[in-house]
Design a binder for this molecule. Sequence first.
Ligand code: HEM
Length: 462
Amino acid sequence: MATSIVPTLTTVPHHRGWPLVGSTYPFISDPLGFMLRLQEQYERLATVKVLGRTLNIVQTAEDAKYILQENNRNYHKSEAYRILAIFLGNGLLTSEEDFWRRQRKLAQPAFYKQRLALMTDMMAWETELLVADWKTHDPTQPRDISKDMLGLTLNIVTKALFSTDVGDRVAGISDALNGIMHFADNTLKSFIRVPLKYPTPGNVQFLRAVQKVEEVIYGIINGRREQWKQDPDLRYDDLLDMLMRTRDEETGETMSDGQLRDEVTTIFMAGHETTANALSWALYLLARYPEVAHKIREESTEVLAQKDKSTFEKARELRYTLQVVQEVMRLYPPAWVISRRSLAEDQIGPYAFPTDSYFLISPYTLHRRPEYWQEPEAFNPDRFTEGNAKDRPTYAYLPFGGGPRLCIGNNFALLEMQLVLAILLRDFEVSLLSPDQVVEPEPMVTLRPKGSVTLKLKKVKG
Ligand code: HEM
C-alpha cells in the first residue's frame, strides 16, 4: 500500500480554560503573564478562548514572519483595529487592500530619509526646551517623567505634522487622545459592547473626545487652505503640507479633507503615545542601570559637541544610544500585541486554519523567548551590536511589526528617541526614588508604565 507523502494536518493544541468562559479571565486580568505561561507550555501555536472567540497565539518568529510577510495578503487586521477605526477612520493603520496601498504610497515620501533629516533640529530643539525646564526643577523632589515624555512627544509630532506653532490649539488634545485610548481598551475587554448611538457615560465621553480632536485637526487643515488662497506658492516643511499636496499617480487627485483628517489623526495617535511610553521605560531602566546611562552620556557628550556636523549626522553616530533604545523596546515593546484575521483557509506548518481565524502575535513574548534571547529578563544593550544581532531570526524582534504593514514612522521614532535620550542624559542623571522602586507594565492599547514613571533628576556637573 502506498504511503502518503502529504503531511497529515492536525489541529492546534487548545489551552483549556474554564467551562463557557475559557481563558477570558487570565487573558484580561494579566495578558502578559498569561501569554508568557503559554509560551512555556506550548512549542508553537496554541489556541485559547477569550470573550467567546478562539484566538491562535503565535509563539515563533517563523510563524510571525509567515503571517506578517510571506502570506500577508491572506491576513487582515483583526477586530481590535476596527475599534480604533471608529476614531481613526480609514487611515493607514486601519485601512486595507488597494485603498491602504494607495495611501501608503502617498504617505511614504513624507518619511524618506531627507525629510527626516529636516526634522532632527526640531526634535533636538524641543528636547532642549525640556532640559531648560528640568533645570528649574528642585532636585530633591520626584519628577513625573511619563508626563514629560507625553508632552515632549506630543510637541514633536505636532511640529512634524504642522511645523508652525499650533501649541495653543493642540492644548488639551493629549487628554482627549488618552480618553480615546481608554475607551478603546475598555471596549476591547468587554463582553457587551454598547453601540455608540446609546448615550452611556463612556460613549458620551468618547464622542466628546473625538469631537475635540476633530475640531483641532479640521481647524488646522482649514487654516492652511485659507492661507493657500492668499498665497498658492506658500510651502511648509511639514507632513501636512506633503499630505495635502501629494497627488495620486493614476487619478491626479489630492486627498479629500476627510481622508486628510484620518491620516493626520492616525499619525498623531500612532506617533505620540508609543514613543512616549518607550522613552519613559528607557529613563526608568537608565535609572536602574546607571552604568548604561553613563555610557550614553560619554557617547552623547562627544557626538553632540561636534560643530561641523548636522543634527541628523550626529544622531546617526549615537550608536550605543540606539542599542539602548532597541533593548528598551525588546523588554517593553509599546505595541505589545499585533493581531490578524485570515481571509481564507490556510495551513501553517502541520496546522490547518479555517477562514476567519484570529491570530495574536505578541512582540512582548517573542522578545522573551529563550530560544532567541539568553537571559531574556536581563537588560543588556549589547544584544544589539552588529555581531550579536546577526544570528537572530529577523522576526524574533518586531517592535515595529513587519512585512508591508511595518510601522511607517519607525525611523522617525528611532531618531527621536536617540536624540531625546542623548540630550537629556548629557545634562542629567536620573535615579530611582528608592532602591526598591519597581514600575510594572500595564498592557492597554499600548504597553504603558503602570501609574507613571517618577524619578529624581540631578544636573550633571560642568
Ligand atoms: C516607539 C514608537 C513606535 C512603535 C513601537 C510603533 C509600532 C508600530 C507597529 C507595531 C505598527 C504595525 C501594526 C500592525 O502591523 O498591526 C505600526 C504601524 C504604524 N505606525 Fe508606528 N510605532 C511607533 C511610532 C510611530 C510614529 C512616530 C509614527 C508616525 C509619525 C507612526 C505611525 C504609524 C502608522 C501610520 C502605522 C500604520 C502603517 C501601515 O499600516 O501602513 N508610528 N507602528
